[in-house]
Design a protein around this ligand. Structure first.
Ligand code: UD1
Length: 364
């Protein structure tokens, strides 16, 4: 089986890593990595490849930033050229970024089979670009690899054939367990740039925030910052800042307390090293809602909705909304929760990539 494994943006890299590793263990699979170049800064891209022990991509499409249409169009044009030159049997796309959408459309029109990993998630919020990417990708995929039961239900409701829907668990959790193992093996010997900082605080929170809905609007960002500044008086916050957010802090003149310790974007292992021991994670990321769930760490989600409802059901994640008062209320509720009472969703056991490749090999 000759497959392309597509990644473009930071949240894709940790999802392709375990699939690539698993493919390497099997002799009937040739797996080539296509990096679209949607993310390109060292800290957002190469640092991750290094940290996740991924090889240099086989193909780099150099798409770069731009409006959604410009970025999607550039990825589509280059990916089409690549597929025409080197026709794979299968294109595997992960997640819900513009690269996922662009490459699935191109492959499908060239009659190449498309497998969508992390299919079926729905926030039912069409103002999120990712929701559009998810719906369009799922509308043309041949294989749906699903992380949680709600994904299966959404796909069935949309009329997708049951024999193409596979509830396999979560490749991102495969990677999380793998990286945690690496971190524990090197315990004590790994020195991170934030090691001293972590030692200095016995209790801290960990924050990530980059969604356009939260940071592009000055009013919304200021409202969230108001709550964060109050929380930081109770519990200092480590905050690796995404490039989009950095730009918006400057443009909007957002004031953040000195107890919110701003850091550059961190490699995967260093970020894990910090958040796994945090008293609470505050985030608008999709991935962190799930990773905290897998390790039973409290998570407060700075959004009005989530496409990952299982994380709410098992108790680790609380939806905080984006108003100051609602965030402060959710913070109080979340801090009272006992992580020992949280549970881990079914099949989040580190074996999703193996299940996916078994299904693909058997059916192709
Ligand atoms: C993208 C994904 C989002 C994901 C996020 C994780 C889409 C629609 N969005 O959003 O789902 O959660 O990645 O990071 O695909 N920039 C840099 N350096 C880079 C990349 C981007 O400075 O390496 C800056 C550019 O100014 C760019 C902006 O960040 O315009 C936004 O990047 P973009 O890829 O458009 O979207 P993200 O907000 O990163």
């Amino acid at each position: 089986m000759n497959m392309f494994l597509v990644a473009g943006a930071r949240p894709n890299f940790m999802k392709i890593a375990p699939i690539y590793r698993e493919a390497g263990r099997r002799d009937n699979i040739s797996c080539r990595i296509v990096h679209t170049g949607q993310h390109y800064d060292y800290e957002m891209s190469q640092a991750f490849f290094k940290d996740l022990a991924l090889p240099e991509p086989d193909y780099f499409l150099n798409a770069g930033s731009g409006t959604h249409a410009m970025q999607t169009a550039r990825i589509m044009t280059s990916f089409e050229e690549l597929c025409q030159k080197d026709l794979p049997d299968l294109v595997v796309v992960v997640g819900d970024v513009n690269s996922t959408l662009a490459c699935s459309i191109v492959a499908k029109k060239l009659l190449i089979r498309v497998a969508h990993v992390e299919a079926g998630l729905r926030s039912f919020d069409m103002s999120m670009p990712e929701e559009i990417n998810r719906i369009v990708t799922d509308s043309i995929s041949d294989y749906f690899f699903v992380t949680e039961q709600s994904g299966v239900e959404n796909l069935v409701k949309e009329g997708k054939p049951g024999d193409r829907i596979h509830f396999v668990g979560h490749v991102m959790i495969d990677n999380l367990f793998h990286q945690l193992g690496e971190l524990e093996r090197g315990d004590g010997s790994i020195e991170f740039s934030t090691s001293r900082l972590k030692e200095k605080y016995s209790e801290y929170a960990f924050l990530t925030m980059h969604r356009p809905a939260n940071v592009d609007s000055k009013e919304c960002f200021a409202e969230i910052a108001g709550a964060l500044n109050i929380i930081a008086q109770d519990c200092p916050i480590f905050f690796p800042v995404h490039p989009r957010t950095r730009k918006m802090i400057g443009e909007h003149g957002i004031e953040l307390s000195d107890n919110i310790i701003q850091l550059p974007p961190l490699p995967f292992s260093e970020s894990l090293y910090l958040w796994k021991d945090a008293a609470i994670v505050l985030t608008d990321s999709g991935g962190l809602q799930e990773e905290t769930t897998a390790l039973k760490v409290r998570c407060l989600t700075l959004r009005e909705n989530t496409e990952r409802p299982i994380t709410l059901r098992v108790g680790s994640n609380v939806l905080a909304g984006t108003r100051k008062e609602s965030i402060l209320n959710a913070y109080e509720k979340c801090m009272k929760a006992d992580p020992g009472s949280f549970s881990v969703p079914p099949k989040w056991d580190g074996k999703a990539s193996a299940r996916i490749l078994d299904i693909l090999v058997n059916s192709l």
